[in-house]
Design a protein around this ligand. Structure first.
Ligand code: V47
Length: 357
């Protein structure tokens, strides 16, 4: 069966669900990786993208108590925090001064029970006012749903207001795994898969590009992963609005799910099969924060073409036990990419190349 899949992929044909499940169950890690690498080269030549960015999580107070999440806190918890706009601006300014420049801020927040939609809008407006040249990747479909409910505005209006305020693109979080039974166990209070997909589709219609993620390696099956990937492939056929897909390797500490961290083999296989199935999404990210820097580097030979970025201060994965650094310097990223034999391509939020290293 593998040689038939190989023949089809090389001819630019699509693989089907049965074949994707076969690949997950097989031991052909090298062969799958090589094939994914070939597809990746066809799409992105020998380049690996990265961005000089900073993650900001304005609050960890969240009404959605997802069982896999070690980041959320309830109001009154000793380590609950909620940042002022001044603090957010100060953090960005310090990072910009430290790195010399910054191309993007990535903002994902808890669903704070008291903050109004206007506060989130003001965060974006202030960042844009202070740093007009920095791209803003902000708020997942989960947050958009929350904003729409607290403001009484439609999803369209909510997104339009965010776009007017300065949001450039949306991150891909909150997709988790689309299977409703699994979703109900790991994040019962979160919006449904249908709602996540509906909101993303509206964003694409309004010409807001988004990413997509998949949280894997907990209690889901291979069939669940494959269904998730095929659902994204179908939506991308309709809208073309996804820029990148990011497989999120499950981090097992300090949460309520009993599962271990997926193995390196599992991580590489998932990245490679994602590249093979999602033939219509241009970029596959190796998220070094969750994979670890070294495995993320190896993933660049298994179909991944994007290394996320400098990140600087990561809280979500590290609360759940990620042992990677909190951030990487440009020099470290360039070194890891070059050592993989690829060309580091520093990018902006829309994957325009700023510099080839
Ligand atoms: O939505 C939470 C996940 C996501 C755990 O779009 C966990 O460019 C693993 O979405 N183990 C946030 N994952 C991260 C994210 C992201 C990261 C980098 C780039 C982009 C992008 C998006 O992290 C959450 C959730 O799905 N998450 N807890 C955990 N224990």
């Amino acid at each position: 069966m593998f040689s038939e899949i190989e023949r089809r992929v090389v001819n630019g044909e699509r693989i089907n669900k049965k074949e994707a499940i076969f690949l997950f169950n097989s031991d052909y890690l090298h062969a799958i990786g090589e094939l994914a690498e070939e597809v990746s080269r066809k799409i992105n030549q020998n380049r690996v993208y990265f961005i000089v960015n900073r993650h900001i999580n304005p609050t960890n107070i969240c009404v959605n108590r997802c069982r896999f999440c070690a980041f959320f806190r309830s109001p009154g918890d000793p380590d609950a925090y909620a940042m002022s706009i001044d603090e957010i601006i100060k953090n960005i300014r310090e990072t910009e001064q430290c790195l010399g420049y910054l191309s993007e801020v990535h903002i994902v927040s808890g669903l704070h029970p008291e903050w109004k939609f206007d506060y989130y809008l003001e965060i974006i407006r202030e960042i844009k006012r202070e740093f007009p040249n920095i791209g803003i990747k902000a708020f997942t479909a989960v947050e958009i749903d929350h904003f729409s409910r607290i403001s009484g505005l439609s999803i369209e209006k909510t997104l339009e207001k965010l776009k007017d305020a300065g949001v450039d693109i949306m991150p891909g979080g909150g997709a988790e795994i689309f299977n409703p039974q699994i979703r109900n166990i790991i994040c019962p209070e979160k919006i449904s898969a249908e709602r996540w997909l509906e909101i993303v589709k509206i964003a694409h219609k309004l010409d807001i590009k988004t990413n997509a993620t998949m949280l894997y390696g907990h209690i889901e099956s291979y069939a669940d992963r494959v269904d998730h990937l095929f659902t994204l492939r179908q939506l991308q056929d309709e809208t073309g609005g996804f820029l990148a897909f990011i497989p999120l390797s499950y981090q097992p500490k300090n949460n309520k799910i009993k599962a271990t961290h997926p193995s390196g083999i599992e991580d590489l296989k998932t990245i490679a099969i994602s590249r093979l199935v999602l033939d219509n999404i241009p970029h596959i990210k190796a998220y070094w924060v969750m994979l670890g820097e070294k495995l993320a580097q190896v993933a660049l030979l298994f179909g991944a073409d994007c290394f996320e970025g400098t990140v600087i201060e990561e809280r979500i994965a590290h609360s759940a036990g990620a042992s990677s650094k909190n951030g990487l310097s440009v020099e470290e990223i360039v070194y890891l990419i070059k050592e993989s034999g690829k060309i580091p391509a520093q990018r902006d939020s829309f994957y325009n190349i700023i510099k080839l290293w």
